[in-house]
Design a protein around this ligand. Sequence first.
Ligand code: KMH
Ligand code: ZN
Length: 276
Amino acid sequence: MTPHTLITVAPTGAESDKAAVPALPVTLGELVDTAIQCRAAGAAVIHVHIRDDQAQPTLDLGRLKETVRALRESTDLIVQLSTGGAVTDSFADRLAVLDAAPDACSLTCGTVNFGDGVFANPYPFMRELYTRTKDRGVVPEFELFDLGQVASLHRLLDELGPPHGGHVHCDLVMGVPGGMPGTVAALAAAVAALPAGATWSATGIGRTTLPVLLGALAAGGHLRVGMEDTTSFARGRPVTGNAELVERAAAVAGLAQRPPMAPSEAREFLGVSSRN
Ligand code: KMH
Ligand code: ZN
């Protein structure tokens, strides 16, 4: 039986500018409010990037720890910290994200052009990050921006074995300028290449959001939505908040007879231990 739908919300990202997108949650208060609303709307996981006092992306460890604590206090969402950060972040700072002791983290499986920038994930960095997730008991989600990254995921698992929690869950990030396109054909090719037994979510950047959402549900996958990936709800209509993107995903998942998973079910599904 196809399970309920895992909905991850990625509310902030590192790319959008608060001045241009006023609804983007950038302060801790805005992030916590967003998390509470998105939990109520059907999210089970929150993929977190944080900002500094100038609303610029940061990997400041003190802020990351405070963010993890605040999200845990106010919701039962699985807290997944981004180890991708911004394209300008150093490998050392990205590895240090795990010191904030999240439930889960992202782990991108290769380097990809990212607009005019480069999102660098050389294999030795992947290996070091993966090793640390296992040492710290953090559950990685394997981010795949391109089909070639699926080959690096196989290499990682062949070399170092299964992740903490024992289950491989991937996230196809589609439609990034430089990565795989947000099409059903690319989705099907990537899913066919995943390791046996892996589960997956998908998200489409910008105008690929809806085709990827519909294709992922039709193919038995799970969903990531949020203002990290799209700031338009429809043509010419800006997103007013992350919760409306989660509400839309939950409504379509319900139509597909696969309503959202609660966080407790998602913990079991992903191999994330429950909090005491
Ligand atoms: N901001 C992108 C350069 C992740 O969170 O792990 C990388 C990213 C992936 O968003
Ligand atoms: Zn991210």
